[in-house]
Design a binder for this molecule. Structure first.
Ligand code: AMP
Ligand code: ZN
Length: 113
């Protein structure tokens, strides 16, 4: 996808701090962290949100999320974490390429929103 910042990060055109990469995804450090540990899980395939996601992409995303069970401790998330995916205007999605925020590394607020 042309002019998509996360496509460019995924294919290495734009530099990022990549903590993990496989055929399906990259996990990078968020540029503007909102918690002590703030990472982004970015599928390599471009789609804006779950409304645009195919069944195959959904299965791939599930695999990516499951992989976090192996990776979380190594990211300093052994005491827990929060996964968030913003969608659309009310969700304040700013990058139109689906991504999952991974937040933790400290006690998070018990309320969201
Ligand atoms: P959202 O508002 O849910 O679409 O989240 C987009 C996130 O991408 C924000 O938390 C930004 O800080 C982050 N972000 C934007 N550009 C970059 C970049 N070049 N490298 C790392 N994170 C970025
Ligand atoms: Zn993209």
């Amino acid at each position: 996808m042309e002019n998509c910042i996360f496509c460019k990060i995924a294919n290495g055109e734009i530099p990022s701090t990549k903590l993990y990469e496989d055929d399906d995804m990259v996990i990078i450090k968020d540029l503007n962290p909102q918690a002590k540990v703030h990472l982004l899980l970015i599928p390599k395939q471009h789609y804006a949100n779950i409304m645009e996601m195919s069944d195959l992409q959904a299965a791939t995303l599930a695999r990516c999320v499951k992989k976090l069970s192996e990776l979380a401790d190594g990211f300093g998330l052994e005491n827990g974490f929060r996964l968030v995916s913003n969608k659309g205007e009310h969700g304040c999605q700013s990058v139109q390429h689906l991504h999952i925020h991974i937040l933790g590394g400290e006690q998070l607020a018990d309320k969201m929103g």
